[in-house]
Design a protein around this ligand. Sequence first.
Ligand SMILES: Nc1ncnc2c1ncn2[C@@H]1O[C@H](COP(=O)(O)OP(=O)(O)OP(=O)(O)O)[C@@H](O)[C@H]1O
Length: 584
Amino acid sequence: MYSQNDLYKISDTLTNITNATASVINVDVTIVDEKLNRIAGTGKYLDNIGEKLNDNCLFAYALKQNESFIIENPREHEACKNCTHKGVCREWAQVCCPIKINRNTIGIIGLIAFNKEQKEIITSNKMNLLEFLNHMADLIASKLDENRKKEEITLMASELEILLNSMNTGVISTGQNGEIKRYNIIANEMFELNKINNIKEIIKNKFSNEKSPISNKEFIYKYKNKNYRAFYSVKPIIIDNEVTGYIFTFNKMKEILKVVNDLSSPTQMTFFSDIIGESINIKDVKRYAKKISKSNSTVLITGESGTGKELFARSIHFESERVDKPFIAINCTAIPENLIETELFGYEEGAFTGAKKSGKLGKFELAHKGTIFLDEIGDMPLHLQTKLLRVLQESVIERVGGNSVIPVDVRVIAATNKLLEQKVKYKEFREDLYYRLNVIPLKIPPLRERLDDINILVDNFLEKFNKRLNRNINKVSNNVIDLFRQYHWPGNIRELENVIEYAVNMCVTDIINIGDLPRNIREQEYENIKESTSPIMTIKELEKIEIKKALDRYGRDNKGIEKSARALGIGRATIYRKIKLYNI
Ligand SMILES: Nc1ncnc2c1ncn2[C@@H]1O[C@H](COP(=O)(O)OP(=O)(O)OP(=O)(O)O)[C@@H](O)[C@H]1O
């Protein structure tokens, strides 16, 4: 919608039109807007520009009429009927013509005769005059339209500029041959574009005038004599099937890594307080690990499977200065041998058949400024051990298929449950790498060497699985705890955690008893029964264990139950009753 404001914006044009019209016709001209404000005028009206006309005047009538007309008998004409100025009106004749845009009247242009001669000019040439004035009204309307479009374009241009400058990506538009035309702030900050004329000076020989788009190609550029890595993409501007220029977008490698790390870093942080244990053994290890967190030196964590090596590695990272940077964990046995190298070091575009076109970043690059956790390091293939040694010694990596070195700042924490010294002896692990990794050794004791932790671990896991499985089990019986203290725990804390989860699932009362434990632990108990020092089980617990054992062996169908009853030396009815009683 157009408003009176739009008319004011072209007031210079209106003045020109009224002056030109008045000098050609020799009659005074005036223009009012739809609110009856005088916007332009000649002669007598010159001093009254800006005045507000009364609501019953001729122009108010003309606005309602919405078409051109001539008045030859002012004061008597219907248009003057209610005019409050009728008594002082000295006008001899008038011509009114609406200024219309899209059929809406937004003002009136009028000619006014103040004497007989001027009236004669109007009345002698009515048709031509009306036509002429309509042209003037159209001229004003098209000027308004043009002005509006200009404003829209200016607005769009500044919106686009703000949009481009608020992006985190550098954008440059070029001509057909790469000559730089326009760019945003980020692009200027990256490349100091006041010193550069052509895009080829930035991406060197990588640009040839192509018609198809290119996305995410890596390149190196210089800024203040230092080399930086970035990615660029290009899209041709095609008009009438002809490439008229290109749009280049640039992303700094640093920014991309930040985004990747933000997305891939675990949202849950781990702290030493998450490592449960009150035994002297574990307290000592925790104290030592906290101390070494502050250092940047490589740590080698040793300990049996499930002792909490990864938990320690995470806590060290989140306790260190690198806390805001990524913690990247990689398990050397979980990845096929032929993929570990590219996983760790990445690869260049076209490094091998099947490689992605844009290449791939390795975990070392992703972990830049953070920590990498190399689990099961003892299983790392020998040829990669050499590459890893180089990272540790020189803090650089080389991508597969690449020919340049990339600096990385990563703290390495390695872990193993193997005897690395033995592997070194048998030449399965490089001796120099072993010493390079073992700068700070951290040995996590197995659970059987910290039996005092069993109670607190059991309580924690019971609480965890009560919550997770929506149960309300109060405690674990003393017999079970005694059994746990005798068991050798080859799978350590992980195994204990799994045992509690199993028992919470099996338990039908509010106390976990031996019968609720997995078979391997119960069998351990059976062995213990033979020993005179072993804890005494209730007859009911023993009965439940044996019935379960028989059912597991013979099956739970009718035949299986019959066989079980026979093996247990009880009748069919009894075994059915016991199954129901113990909810087996
Ligand atoms: N002290 C502890 N307190 C609580 N949970 C623990 C503790 N130690 C280990 N866990 C839990 O036990 C499981 C195994 O821990 P983790 O993966 O750290 O062991 P690991 O030594 O790295 O095992 P692996 O050698 O098999 O990789 C995890 O679920 C972990 O949360």
